[in-house]
Design a protein around this ligand. Structure first.
Ligand code: UTP
Length: 408
């Protein structure tokens, strides 16, 4: 992009200050900044001025869930269907590992965190061990796509290479990078993290399919005959990945997406819950759940919105290709954004000082035509590591790993 074009774009979006130090930069830095200006979507930033004006939810009603009893009754049938799909190469896993993991407070990618006590046991290693259980059962490897971001791509790849993918076959592993979004102050002005760089953060986990497509991987997916993507978060060390029973149940019920859920442990637990929104599958975030919905009961007297999502979904790829043209809602999240002050010194704020802009995978559920909420046992499959201590922490995950027989 030329300097002239950059000036025009910045003027259009009221971001002229981004070029404040341009004349002080060397040729490479100038080129980098112009490239970044060209690549950045600035049309979303005005939403910072009015974060409450983002689209509101439609009419919410309960969605039926396949509970543990129903799963147990049909387990053999579902397992066979799932194993057959894996053996036929129709299932791949997608690890969403582009997040910053700021709450955990480690500078490394979250997957590099060592949860071991008497030995090394990394988060990535836990996930791959869980995948290997299925590989052994099916007698077949399945492909793993790993999404990283500019902030953690090289360290993620180098680490996994160095650890020889914890025993997973290298030819079944593919990396791709997600996009970044500019981070702004409360007036929607982009922060500079250096004189030649706008502050950016990964644009949320909702862009995973578009990013995978942009990386040119969809051709490979089609060539390999993959029909389903099991996407999962990096931080849940106990979750079952490419779980044959889950895959089989979603196929048997002819749903285009399956969503693993756990029974909430309290009405106000901070998890998104499955529901119907205007008659289509959806997820209400915990902060959107009104008291009325929180206390609503089914005919059987059970809580009507009782199944929380754990970020483990099985998407049918045909349907993903259909919805990819639809826009996802924008989420604006308060964040601590490092920036340079008037003198050019880098400030790392202690408190949130602005916004990051994200699309979320949970909004993709609402775009899908049919969804199977599939219950899993919380104590077996839900050990997210968000924080260093307390709720959803390294400590709580270690407890659950031990309960599930993992030696730490
Ligand atoms: P979180 O919501 O826990 O976000 O991500 P985070 O950025 O990793 O952590 P905090 O909030 O800064 O502490 C849930 C999952 O989505 C992935 C994460 O890597 C994690 O697996 N994710 C999140 C992405 O892949 N990209 C993103 O932009 C955000």
């Amino acid at each position: 992009m030329t300097l002239e074009a950059a000036k025009n774009k910045l003027t259009e979006y009221g971001q002229e200050h981004v070029l404040k130090y341009y004349d002080e930069l060397n040729a490479d830095e100038k080129a980098e900044l112009l490239e970044q200006i060209e690549a950045t979507d600035m049309s979303i930033l005005s939403a910072a001025l009015n974060p409450d004006s983002l689209p509101k939810k439609g009419a919410i009603s309960p969605i039926p869930c396949m509970d543990l009893d129903e799963i147990a009754q049909n387990e053999a049938e579902y397992r066979k269907l799932g194993i057959d799909a894996i053996k036929a190469g129709k299932v791949a896993a997608v690890l969403l590992a582009g997040g910053m993991g700021t709450r955990l407070g480690s500078d490394n990618p979250k997957g590099m965190y060592n949860v071991g006590i008497t030995r090394e046991l990394y988060i990535f290693e836990c996930l791959i061990n869980n995948m290997m259980d299925v590989v052994k059962e099916a007698g077949e490897y399945f492909h793993l796509f790993i999404m990283t971001s500019d902030k953690n791509n090289d360290s993620t790849i180098n680490f996994l290479k160095e650890k020889k993918y914890f025993g997973y076959k290298e030819e079944y592993i593919h990396f791709f990078k997600q996009e970044m979004a500019a981070a702004t102050d409360y007036e929607g002005k982009i922060y500079l993290e250096s004189k030649s760089h706008m502050a950016t953060s990964p644009n949320g986990n909702g862009g995973w399919f578009i990013s995978l497509m942009r990386a040119g991987l969809l051709e490979l997916v089609h060539e390999l005959g993959i029909e389903w993507f099991n996407i999962f978060a990096v931080d849940n060390v106990c979750q079952r990945i490419a779980d044959p029973v889950f895959i089989g149940a979603t196929i048997a019920k002819k749903c285009t997406v399956g969503s693993k859920v756990v029974r909430k442990n309290a009405p106000d637990e901070k998890v998104g819950v499955m529901c119907l929104e205007d008659g289509r599958p959806s997820i209400v975030e915990y902060y959107e759940l009104t008291d009325e919905l929180m206390n609503a009961k089914t005919d059987k007297g059970e809580p009507a919105y009782n199944f929380g999502v754990i970020l483990n979904y099985l998407f049918e790829i045909n349907e993903l290709e259909r919805i990819v043209k639809e826009e996802l809602p924008l989420h604006i999240v308060e964040k601590k954004i490092p920036y340079i002050d008037e003198s050019g010194a880098l400030i790392k704020p202690e408190k949130p000082n602005g916004y990051k802009f994200e699309n979320l995978v949970l909004d993709m559920i609402h775009q899908m035509s049919s969804c199977l909420p599939f219950e899993v046992v919380r104590e077996r499959e839900f050990a997210p590591i968000k924080n260093a201590t307390g709720v959803d922490s390294v400590e709580s995950a270690r407890e659950l790993l031990k309960k599930n027989g993992v030696v730490l």
